[in-house]
Design a protein around this ligand. Structure first.
Ligand code: FAD
Ligand code: N01
Length: 545
């Protein structure tokens, strides 16, 4: 409903809804569906031209998921599950985008989505007990509840290199790849960045380009995907008892249904460890290798060094030139503390005659000019630069809505000046009726995000419905609960090795960003239990009015 009177300005309409959702990716789509079913009026505001989120924007060559697609799917509707069949173990970006389009069509979601509409500001109106959202296009929105489903990896990070604007060739960002595709045939291409986006795209770019120069700052651990059909063993587990398989994922540490590994590294002989490792390497499964080798690999440096060394051996074996192999070998972080990558022919790509690796640790980029990239030792003439330089993760898209003003005129930027503070990663004290999906402080990016998204959406929508039915109009985290969650986050982070790496998990990739480990490291299943306990104990840590 658009109500011109409510805005107070004759020529400016305001859309009135119970719940406004920002974003129409995996999270926003499921939110719309659940909110409608719960009887709320709702609208989703989406900057993109269609649904898909991550899978709308990241169209670079080689883009695919790295959690097996049978696990990286919605599970809320058994009929949806059987109505869609994935063609590969790790589906490509176009296939995942088609899936999300299929979901949008199946539940008729697009009619409540305003595309090409960016939310620019959000303000809590204390008297009306409503949020007012300002947009860059069309009516502003007045809503009782404001939910940011804006994504953890949706705000590309600027490259922070002198002279970027002087470059006169073609420039592409992996996270904003042109929909029309890019023809790199016969061109001299530079890729800057060797995170997952770089590692997925580099082998395919090398096949097209006349010459590819890769500018690497920090080498990353990458494992072969061995893509193909979904493995029979996983398919039979899923098809044998779908409900049990999905429930095991929900209760697991990572959102993928693998059991908790009990054996620790020192209980196993060298031969046993190697056998386990080779078997895991052959599976092509990031979550398997991160969780199923031995129980101490993510928590103890000794256990971690063993697997890190075994992977380093694989890198040296794959890359013919020893100097290039050494440059590609990670040495500054434990395996898994920085997001490892899943690759197809990544290391072998450096054996091609048309590929050069530039080790920025030895020769940093000095400047980009009209037609070249120069380090302090050499200059490289290039026609195209691909920035695979990543995202202002976890908080970037939230803080880009500026200001978000809560109770007493407090701005979220000020509250988060020393790093994000949340209760359960879901909400922030002083910001009533405001929620984030997979926000900082929740398992989010340390999990299969499809599972984490469904858990957040279900929890929020169930709570909103229960509050409405009980006659409450506001819900807000208490300061004490938020401080307690911060302490629990810090305690959990001391038990894993994530704190030992400078990564986008900690904000270290963005100059000036406060360093703090943002995702919750306590695990998906334990986190779900905590959220459920909050409810069973009468909305512990929340103030309701
Ligand atoms: P997104 O998909 O990021 O959607 C958020 C949407 O919000 C975007 O469309 C954006 O345009 C919109 N938005 C943001 N701010 C505003 C605003 N102010 N106004 C209007 N609209 C706004 N996770 C996994 O678990 N497994 C994987 O294999 C995996 N692979 C990935 C591969 C890539 C290349 C990337 C970048 C991420 C991957 N992820 C993966 C993480 C992925 O982001 C999540 O799995 C999931 O897609 C997030 O869904 P979302 O709806 O929360 O956010
Ligand atoms: O981004 P990244 P990404 N000069 O931040 C380098 C998910 N994802 O888009 O490490 C030179 O990981 C930077 O160097 P350093 C997944 O969760 C999944 O690749 O900061 N280099 C790094 O090498 C992933 O983790 C898939 O030293 C600069 C790279 O750019 C997350 O998204 C695919 C630089 C950025 O790597 C982000 O991945 C894609 C500079 N100024 C993404 N600035 C799957 O496979 C940055 N770098 C499913």
């Amino acid at each position: 409903m658009v109500d011109a009177r409510a805005s107070g300005a004759a020529n400016e309409a305001t859309q009135q809804v119970d719940v406004a959702v920002v974003g129409a990716g995996f999270a926003g789509l499921y939110l719309l569906h659940r909110l409608r079913k719960a009887g709320f009026t709702t609208v989703a505001l989406e900057e993109a031209g269609d649904v898909g989120g991550t899978w709308y924007w990241n169209r670079y060559p080689g883009a695919r998921c790295d959690i097996q697609t049978i696990d990286y799917s919605y599970t809320f509707d058994p009929e949806l599950e059987t109505a869609w069949t994935w063609s590969e173990k790790y589906a490509t970006q176009p296939e995942i985008l088609r899936y999300l389009g299929f979901v949008a069509d199946r539940y008729d979601l697009r009619r409540d989505i305003r595309f090409r509409t960016k939310v620019t500001e959000a303000k809590w109106d204390e008297a009306a007990e409503r949020w007012r959202l300002t947009t860059d296009h069309g009516a502003s929105v007045s809503c009782r509840y404001y939910i940011m489903a804006t994504g953890c990896l949706s705000a590309p990070k600027p490259p922070e290199i002198d002279g970027v604007k002087d470059f006169e060739g073609e420039v592409y960002f992996t996270g904003r790849w042109p929909h029309s595709g890019v023809n790199l045939a016969g061109k001299r291409v530079a890729v800057i960045g060797t995170g997952s986006s770089g590692i997925q795209s580099i082998p395919l770019i090398a096949e097209q380009a006349a010459h590819l120069t890769v500018f690497q700052r920090t080498p990353n651990f990458a494992l072969p995907a061995h893509n193909g059909p979904a493995p029979d063993e996983r398919m039979s587990l899923l098809q044998g008892d779908r409900a049990a398989y999905r429930e095991q994922a929900r209760q697991s540490m990572t959102g993928v249904p693998y059991p908790q590994q009990m054996a620790v590294s020192w209980q196993l002989s060298d031969a046993e460890r190697r056998l386990r490792f080779e078997e895991a390497w052959g599976k092509g499964d990031l979550v398997y290798i991160l969780t199923q080798l031995w129980a101490d690999q993510g928590a103890d440096l000794d256990g971690n060094n063993i697997v890190s060394d075994l992977i380093r051996e694989k890198i040296r074996a794959a890359v013919k030139d020893p100097e290039t192999a050494a440059a590609l070998t990670p040495h500054d972080h434990p395996f898994g503390a920085k997001r490892p990558c899943l690759d197809t022919n990544y290391y072998a790509t450096y054996n091609r005659p048309n590929v050069t690796l530039v080790n920025l640790r030895q020769e940093p980029i000095k400047a980009i000019t009209a037609d070249s990239i120069s380090t302090d030792k050499r200059s490289f003439d290039v026609d195209v630069i691909v920035f695979a330089t990543g995202f202002d993760a976890m908080t970037g898209a939230i803080r880009a809505v500026h200001p978000i003003t809560g109770r007493g005129g407090k701005s979220l930027s000020d509250v988060w000046a020393q790093g994000p503070q949340t209760y359960l990663g879901l909400t922030v004290a002083g910001f009533p009726n405001f929620f984030m999906i997979t926000g900082p402080g929740s398992p989010s990016v340390l999990s299969n995000m499809a599972v984490s998204i469904e858990q957040h959406v279900d929890w929020i929508v169930d709570r909103l419905a229960a509050l409405r039915d009980a006659g409450f109009s506001t819900i807000e985290a208490t300061d004490a609960a938020q401080a307690g969650w911060g302490q629990h986050m810090a305690d959990c982070s001391m038990l894993t090795l994530h704190r030992l790496a400078n990564t986008w998990y900690t904000g270290a990739n963005v100059p000036g960003k406060v360093h703090a480990l943002m995702p919750y490291t306590g695990g998906v299943g334990p986190y779900r239990s905590i959220c459920d306990e909050v409810v069973s104990r009468g909305m512990l840590g929340f103030k309701l009015t």
